[in-house]
Design a protein around this ligand. Structure first.
Ligand code: ATP
Ligand code: MG
Length: 399
């Protein structure tokens, strides 16, 4: 039986005049993701994206899995395609959904007729198909409020489609439709979640990581690479920029007041991130900061870091509790990697009593007493290592 994947748009359907641009981006993203799985026809009609295999051997399971990671799709279903004929619809429903119908105790039929030339109205299709399925699967009972299974029939322009319950898609907007940003990726739990959330709002992303060898190890870098690889299932291929940050960091340790160390370091990181962002045409910087999580994430500290460079700093986790962040981290498959032990440059040299309410005056005074820092930052930015992350590569195993 011929199958098709139907992708339903959520928020994108509300985009007014820009809708066509969003839909074109979505179709392009889907085509790109399926390139190596066989021939697929991807087209749009009635606010739905149709993914139709054109060859027998197209891998529909993998296609469904991949499409479920494409942002811009609110819900999906995998449907049987049949003629717009009531008997054909009954036969398709009985056969295609046989396993689910056998397993269910209760069901209902929901019909949608967008092709008004079809002679039966939606309530009539639901009623008649319900009757047919009851006669074929006599153990079933109808429950219109809370059924185990909803049998859906959509009579559309080109054909009729029969499927079970829709499943949620990845949501959000197609990657790239909101511009491009540079995500600050540490090896922790938060920053991969931040990246995922901003990509979901339509941002294309690259990542920047600050490494301070020998204080941070090669293994810590591999871990960050693995996280970028995991997130790339949603964001697509990207570049991970690794900044050799040892010298600026030692300089701040040796020349700045200890209680201000973290804020001074974060300002320094943002100056470097800004340089890289400008050079690759990113219009914002993303971080995994969450209000009051640590001393460098108080309002005063955030105000001090925001002020060093002109790009907007996006902090999608700012109002989230750790437990909510962890839930998302698990859901996107990053958690197990994020909790592997490692050293991050943000956690070395941290003072025992960081100042939670730094003022810009004292920060500026401290920076004036560090005249050599700008040169070291420039050098670090120039020596950045560029690691290409291909969304189709396997995540490298970390011992
Ligand atoms: P995470 O779990 O993402 O490591 P965190 O709660 O440990 O975050 P911090 O270490 O204070 O918080 O870092 C806050 C944010 O700063 C991170 O979410 C990340 O965006 C960025 N960041 C921290 N360390 C690095 C690093 N070594 N390279 C790049 N960005 C970093
Ligand atoms: Mg961290």
């Amino acid at each position: 039986m011929k199958q098709i994947i139907l992708c339903y748009q959520g928020e994108m359907a509300l985009k007014g005049l820009n809708k066509a641009t969003f839909e074109a981006s979505l179709a392009k993203a889907v085509r790109f993701r399926l390139r190596d799985l066989g021939e697929f026809k991807v087209y749009k009609a009635q606010s739905t994206l149709y993914i139709e295999p054109e060859t027998e051997d197209a891998d529909m399971d993998e296609a469904f899995r991949r499409v479920s990671r494409v942002f811009g799709i609110a819900a999906m279903s995998r449907a049987a395609v049949c003629e717009k004929d009531f008997d054909a619809i009954c036969a398709a429903a009985g056969e295609y959904l046989a396993d689910s119908l056998r397993r269910a105790r209760t069901f209902k039929v929901e019909a949608k007729r967008s092709d008004k030339r079809f002679p039966m109205k939606s309530p009539e299709i639901s009623r008649e198909l319900g009757g047919y399925l009851l006669s074929r699967f006599p153990h079933l009972k109808v429950d219109v409020h809370n059924p185990d299974l909803t049998v859906m029939v959509e009579v559309r322009d080109f054909a009729a489609y029969v499927h079970g319950d829709k499943v949620p898609g990845a949501g959000g907007l197609p990657v790239g439709t909101s511009g491009r940003a540079l995500n600050m990726l540490s090896g922790g739990i938060d920053s991969p979640v931040a990246a995922w959330r901003m990509a979901r709002r339509g941002l294309a992303l690259h990542h920047i990581h600050f490494a301070s060898p020998p204080y941070t190890s090669e293994r810590a870098k591999l871990k960050v690479k693995a996280l970028a690889q995991i997130v790339s299932e949603w964001t697509g291929s990207c570049v991970l920029y690794v900044v050799p940050y040892t010298e600026p960091q030692e300089y701040i340790r040796d020349h700045g007041p200890a209680p201000l160390f973290t804020v001074l370091m974060r300002r320094s990181m943002l100056r470097i991130a800004h340089q890289i962002a400008e050079s690759i045409d990113c219009q914002a910087i993303v971080t995994g900061e969450s209000l009051a999580q640590v001393a460098s994430q108080t309002l005063r500290a955030l105000a001090c870091t925001d002020e060093v460079q002109p790009l907007p700093v996006l902090r999608p986790l700012i109002g989230m509790d750790k437990s909510e962040i962890v839930a998302t981290s698990r859901a996107i498959g990053a958690f197990e990697t994020s909790i592997l032990p490692y050293e991050d440059c943000c956690t070395i040299f941290t003072p025992p009593h960081p100042k939670t309410r730094p003022t810009l005056e004292e920060i500026r005074a401290a920076e004036e007493a560090m005249p050599g820092l700008a040169e070291l930052e420039k050098k670090a930015a120039a020596e950045v290592e560029r690691i290409r992350i291909d969304w189709q590569d396997e995540v490298e195993y970390l011992e």
